[in-house]
Design a protein around this ligand. Structure first.
Ligand code: LLP
Length: 423
């Protein structure tokens, strides 16, 4: 469906209805009217802008962006990133499968994951990926056995755990020793030293990822410094690397509070790694996808809660966007039509039969009534990918707006789609 192109991203501007929230100039109300709710709507222009901002910030320093598919792996989004020149970080063989169908070559895929099954490793080794990011000595031995049996040389990177506190939500901090991720630095050194005698393995990189939604540069810079030191030590021991993989993790501003600028983030990393002369691989997910998506939902009911507040029950909840329930995450919620702010105090909840199914606590909004549309902002990353069929709720539809045109990139699931797997 074509409409005229407007400003990038999600803006309030006169479209069909004055002050409607629009995506790249296309009214969200018109998309909801055509496709129903709940529905994810993505801005292609924001995805491109975010990718290009990170890419451009390297200012000529050699690098490769491996978009973290776990943030949003809908096929059309993966394809769009491939067309921009991105490579990918996959976290399961199923993400690798989606990446291949989106057109990525094995040489554009790095494979991370704390528990890769024997089947996943078999497929990964046979495919010949850019690197398998190894999480333990045991996993390295399993990769070696598969590679030797297949007559391949598996390209591996050691994911080390630097014992750095990312100061993010504990559920998404990965860089402390007590977290299950990676090999402690000293063990990683010892493991790397075994590589020269293992012809079925080629050590191509060191890898580190200390967490997600990181809002200060310090942990990211420190992890990069440790990775740079580690790679120099390895070179001195006769183990030259091809690149350093610094993972993802840059946070976005969900509530308007300041987060590091992309340019400062990239400069900090390049500043630490430059002395190695090695290219940097980055695995950004959220920083590219989060601001590019909204979840549009319709108000089902409004009912009294306390003397001064009401429940607003919407048709999207923890089944469509689990972040508020799981991490107590904040997402801005605004009416699609009319003013953004108002004086009614609302607890915005989903339809799922759990009290944890809260999408927004204590929000001040204009008066809402059944039938109104609301937009849950910055839902492009870790939104649709974490949706579930709890209560047999169908996975929501997804729409991509590109150059004034929108199209459904994933249709709404039906009960038949769910039951096709069952007897
Ligand atoms: N690389 C690795 C090895 C990762 O584990 C992750 C995220 C990324 C890259 C991408 O990180 P990003 O740039 O998106 O921060 N579901 C949670 C986030 C989990 C992140 C897991 N790993 C949430 O909704 O906040």
């Amino acid at each position: 469906m074509a409409q005229r192109a407007g400003p990038a991203g999600f803006t309030r501007q006169p479209v069909e209805h004055a002050h409607d929230l629009a995506c790249d100039g296309v009214s969200l109300a018109s998309i909801a009217a055509a496709e129903g709710t709940p529905i994810y709507v993505y801005s292609a222009r924001t995805l491109r802008d975010r990718y290009r901002e990170i890419d451009g910030a390297f200012a000529g320093y050699p690098h490769a962006l491996h978009y973290a598919l776990k943030a949003n792996s809908t096929l059309a989004i993966a394809r769009l990133l491939r067309e921009l020149g991105s490579a990918v970080d996959a976290n399961s063989v199923w993400e690798i499968e989606v990446a291949r169908r989106a057109g990525f070559e094995p040489s554009q895929i790095v494979f991370t994951g704390v528990g890769k099954s024997p089947d996943e490793l078999e497929r990964a080794v046979a495919m010949g990926l850019k690197a398998i990011n190894v999480e333990s000595a045991g996993e390295l031995a399993r990769i070696e056995a598969i590679a030797a049996r297949l007559g391949h040389v598996a390209r591996v990177a050691v994911r080390f755990n630097p014992d750095i506190d990312a100061k993010s939500h504990p559920h998404i901090s990965t860089g402390l020793k007590i977290n299950k991720f990676g090999v402690p630095l000293d063990d990683a050194r010892a493991l790397a030293q075994t590589l020269p005698g293992r012809p079925a393995l080629k050590l191509v990189a060191v890898h580190v990822h200390v967490g997600s939604q990181i809002t200060s540069l310090d942990p990211l810079r420190r992890a990069a410094a440790v990775a740079a030191d580690f790679s120099i030590d390895l070179r001195e021991q006769g183990l030259p690397l091809e690149y350093i993989d610094l993972g993802g993790g840059l946070g976005v501003s969900y509530d308007g509070a300041g987060v590091p600028a992309v340019s400062d983030y990239v400069s900090a990393l390049v500043g630490e790694v430059r002395r190695t002369s090695l290219p940097i691989v980055l695995e950004p997910g959220r920083a590219i996808a989060a601001p590019a998506g909204v979840l549009v939902a319709r108000v089902i009911d409004v009912k009294p809660r306390t003397a001064s507040s009401h429940f607003v029950i919407i048709d999207a909840g923890m089944t469509e966007l689990i972040r508020p329930a799981l991490y107590n995450a904040f997402h801005r919620i605004e009416p699609v039509s009319g003013p953004e702010a108002g004086d009614c105090q609302y607890e915005i909840v989903g339809p799922v039969c759990e009290s944890s199914d809260v999408v927004g606590r204590d929000r001040r909004l204009p008066r809402l009534a059944a039938g109104d549309l609301v937009a849950i902002r910055d839902a492009g990353a870790y939104g649709s990918v974490m949706a579930s069929n709890y209560n047999r709720r169908p996975l929501p539809a997804e729409v991509l707006v590109d150059d004034g045109t929108w199209r459904v990139i994933r249709r709404r699931q039906t009960v038949d789609d769910q039951l096709v797997l069952e007897t």
